[in-house]
Design a protein around this ligand. Structure first.
Ligand code: CMC
Length: 437
């Protein structure tokens, strides 16, 4: 069988053949690893628009047709028939579990939810008004100081303990970060509750009264966790892979991912959407803000719109939109002006030439904030919940990266455009004729 190759001509006129690799689905990739050695040139691709950073078997996105699959299963099917714990198993181990496997996995996750008491004291060191993302990333990073049994990244057993531990404890850490800012006592996890139920209780319960779990709230949260669980080589996942590629301990790698997720272009967008909707305020202001988003001189962007990969409707946004209705009805917020505003904004943008031409559709973050808000979750916790869900994807990718026989430390190259080599100047000979910085 002839191997497919991509032929290039080097700067000195030599013909170079680069192997083409085919995935199970999706575009082929050109292997450029030997390009520098053979031609002395690097590739240049800011933002990795055309660059595959790794081989992966976990998640696939077809951005043109708006398709997302976890281990081959469409997210729509998983959202309809599965639950977050089963999806977590699927992402981690590659197959849907049997009932015995699911039972064992769920038992392990629910029995690792408590935090070392020393870690709880760590929370008290933060300012009362710290953003919960700052607290969560710091506390997750600090886990390497508490759980030394999982520092050997090459031990399969340690990898397994780490995976279960972080997935089990992240809701406890997230809820504790909220309690810190709410000035309320920390609520311990309960092993008889399911993952989403347990989190809602830790978030909302107070010792003074019984907390009643709302079924629709649990259903909505579980759905959001499924939809946010993984999204192939996004910014935070690539960060986890990159940090982990140095051999850093897995808690540090996940903490790096949480920090990357916080940005408004990524997971921070759900919080930004809600702030934006409040700023727009009423349907009559929509056109003004749409014009601002189109104006190149204005830094304003329509938050919750656009995606690097999806050039069609984000399949997750469609599912969330439907759940939004259900939650608003149940919580008695059907007349929600914010939801009406979001629906109207979506229509205006979808029919606007600029957004049509640039394929800018609502993404996963456009409607999720409205659900969180209807559930009574504070805005600052939106991205934390995204982090809770994405922890599963980060762990699956970290493990895939660490066990990849072709794995190497991530070390990109650059196009250097700074000064050429020059001699050191004594201080009295220097002239300040350029702006500082
Ligand atoms: N509002 C207005 N214009 C936009 C928007 C937007 N939300 N998004 C992209 N554009 C324009 C952009 O100005 C650019 O125009 P031009 O070609 O004339 O320079 C063009 O569309 C392409 O945008 P880009 O920034 O080059 O695309 P990207 O792939 O680098 O960025 C993105 C993708 C998601 C960061 C961007 O669309 C964005 O900033 N969206 C708003 C933030 C947001 O909702 N983020 C959540 C993403 S989904 C969840 C997640 O990944 O965590």
């Amino acid at each position: 069988m002839t191997k497919e190759v991509f032929t290039l001509r080097s700067p000195d006129g030599q013909k170079i053949e680069l192997p083409i690799r085919k995935g199970t689905t999706g575009p082929d990739v050109i292997e450029i690893g030997k390009l520098f050695k053979e031609c002395g040139v690097f590739t240049y691709d800011p933002g990795f628009v055309s660059t595959g950073s790794c081989e992966s078997k976990i998640t696939y996105i077809d951005g043109k047709d708006g398709v997302l699959t976890y281990r081959g299963y469409r997210v729509e099917q998983l959202a309809k028939h599965s639950n977050f714990i089963e999806v977590a198993y699927l992402l981690l181990y590659g197959e849907l579990p049997t009932s015995d496997q699911l039972c064992q996995f769920e038992t392990s996750i629910t029995r690792h939810t408590m935090l070392n008491e020393g870690m709880l004291r760590f929370f008290n060191g933060f300012r009362y008004d710290a953003h919960p993302m700052a607290v969560v990333s710091a506390v997750v990073g600090s886990m390497s100081a508490y759980y030394h049994d999982t520092m050997d990244i090459n031990s399969v057993e340690a990898q397994e303990i780490f995976a279960h531990r972080i997935i089990a404890k992240i809701p406890t850490i997230a809820a504790a970060a909220h309690k810190l800012t709410a000035g309320q006592p920390f609520i311990y996890p309960r092993n008889d509750l399911k993952y989403a139920e347990n989190f809602l209780r830790m978030l909302f319960a107070v010792p003074a009264e019984e907390y009643e779990i709302d079924e629709v709230a649990v259903e909505a949260l579980d759905l959001l966790l499924i939809l946010h669980a993984d999204h192939e080589q996004n910014c935070s996942t690539s960060t986890v892979r990159m940090a982990g590629s140095s051999g850093a301990n897995p808690y540090s790698a996940i903490a790096a991912g949480i920090s990357a997720l916080w940005g408004p272009a990524h997971g921070g967008a759900n919080e930004a959407v809600l702030r934006m909707l409040k700023e727009i305020g009423s349907v009559s202001n929509i056109q003004k803000y749409v014009e601002k988003a189109k104006d190149k001189k204005d830094s304003f962007r329509l938050m919750g719109f656009g995606h690097r990969v999806y050039k069609n409707y984000d399949p997750r946004a469609e599912i969330i939109r439907k759940m939004c209705h259900k939650v608003l009805i149940k919580m008695g917020h059907l007349e929600s002006p914010l939801f009406d505003l979001a629906l109207e904004l979506e229509q205006v943008a979808l029919n606007d030439e600029y957004f049509i031409k640039k394929n800018l559709y609502p993404n996963v973050d456009f409607y999720s904030g409205i659900i969180y808000r209807a559930l009574g979750i504070p805005t600052s916790m939106f991205t934390v919940i995204f982090a809770m869900a994405r922890t599963v994807g980060w762990v699956a990718h970290w493990r895939e990266m660490i066990t990849d026989p072709n794995g190497r430390i991530s070390r990109p190259r650059q196009l250097y455009s700074g000064p050429r080599e020059r001699d050191y100047l004594n201080i009295e000979d220097r002239v300040r004729d350029h702006p500082v910085g």
